[in-house]
Ligand binder design. Structure first.
Ligand SMILES: [Zn+2]
Ligand SMILES: [Zn+2]
Length: 347
């Protein structure tokens, strides 16, 4: 390769913000790694933690480090022991790096590996011209999928994984939280055959995006009694509630609107412990409660590709903006201003 240095967004100091640099070394490639020329990288909630240097970030990152973990690009180099992909292949990155030898990995549950590492948190990330990462985390994308869309497959997978576990076909479904993942979940629930989809958020602009994604009913839980509305509309409560907020109020309200014998899928991460009346919310209701994290490797990714190819799925409604990598400050600012949808950086 001719280039010796690359551009990238470096978390250099333990304080708010990050630095745009053009003098970063191109990462080394281990024997089971691949080097990818990043063509698009999306900003995640995790990246906001890193940017703001919250406790989450302080507990996990070793500085200085390039961050970013939702990405797609072209393979340019492969390690000596890589046979799965070759230079020129188009790939998207799975964020979770499994160890491949623990009990969960050996029983085909690599997405809940006991020794999980995360790209852009424990290992250098994708807000750069190049990223080197284990080939186990490379998912080959088909030619019809453009790089920007492919960079959203990782968060989309979280949405789709929740919808898959919700078993939504023919059901009255509630999607609680209309951030990028919730929005993509609305679209996926439509493709998966949900009978009705109610999207709930506290911001009207996010609800509007959920409408474009195919939600039938939009409820603002700040101004309306969402649980009462859902019970009124369904007659007996929602068959399935999928929470993408992690917010204690939303979780409580989600259980209130769940019908007896219903299914509650928890995807959003609460900040701390969450108080819940288990007798009323779960036991008397005989509710099924399911936790979901990340994406199944690689079942969920294949489901995402199918959803993307469905003409009823409108990914554009989940895109908030596209920026040059050097304009990363503007992209973060849009998120902090509450602009709905994913912000994508182009190195
Ligand atoms: Zn992410
Ligand atoms: Zn493992």
């Amino acid at each position: 390769m001719e280039e010796k240095r690359m551009q990238g967004i470096l978390k250099a100091k333990p304080e708010i913000g990050a630095e745009y640099r053009t003098d970063l070394p191109i990462p080394a490639v281990g024997e089971r790694d691949i080097l990818v020329r990043v063509k698009a990288a999306a900003i995640c909630g995790t990246d906001q933690h890193i940017y703001k240097w919250t406790q989450y970030a302080q507990d996990r990152l070793t500085l200085p480090m390039v961050f970013g973990h939702e990405f797609a690009g072209d393979v340019v180099l492969t390690g000596e022991k890589v046979t799965e992909v070759k230079a020129g292949d188009r790939v998207a990155g799975e964020t979770h790096i499994p160890c491949n030898h623990c009990y969960m990995c050996e029983t085909d549950n690599r997405h809940i590996c006991e020794n999980m590492k995360i790209i852009g948190v424990h290992a250098p990330g994708a807000f750069a011209d190049y990223i080197s990462f284990p080939v186990d985390c490379a998912y080959k994308i088909s030619d019809e999928i453009d790089y920007q869309t492919a960079s959203m497959l990782e968060p989309m997978g979280v949405g789709v994984h929740g919808v898959d576990k919700g078993d939504v076909r023919g059901k009255d479904v509630v999607i609680y939280g209309c951030g990028p993942i919730g929005l993509m979940a609305v679209g996926a629930a439509r493709v998966f055959g949900a009978e009705t989809i109610t999207a709930i958020d506290v911001f009207d602009n996010k609800l509007e995006a959920a409408g474009k994604m195919g939600a039938d009913d939009l409820l603002n839980s700040k101004t309306e009694d969402a649980a009462a509305k859902v019970i009124e509309r369904t007659g007996h409560g929602a068959d399935v509630v999928i929470d993408y907020t992690g917010n204690a109020f939303a979780i409580k309200s989600g259980f209130d609107m769940l019908r007896k014998g219903g299914r509650f899928v928890m995807v959003g991460l609460p900040n701390g412990e969450t108080a819940l009346d288990l007798s009323e919310s779960v036991i008397y209701k005989e509710a099924t409660v399911i936790g979901v994290t990340g994406r199944e490797m690689y079942k969920t990714w294949e489901q995402c590709e199918k959803v993307l190819k469905d003409p009823g799925f409108h990914m554009e409604a989940a895109v908030g903006g596209v920026f040059a990598l050097s304009d990363y400050e503007k992209a973060f600012q849009k998120i902090f201003e509450g602009v709905p949808g994913k912000m994508i950086l182009i190195p």
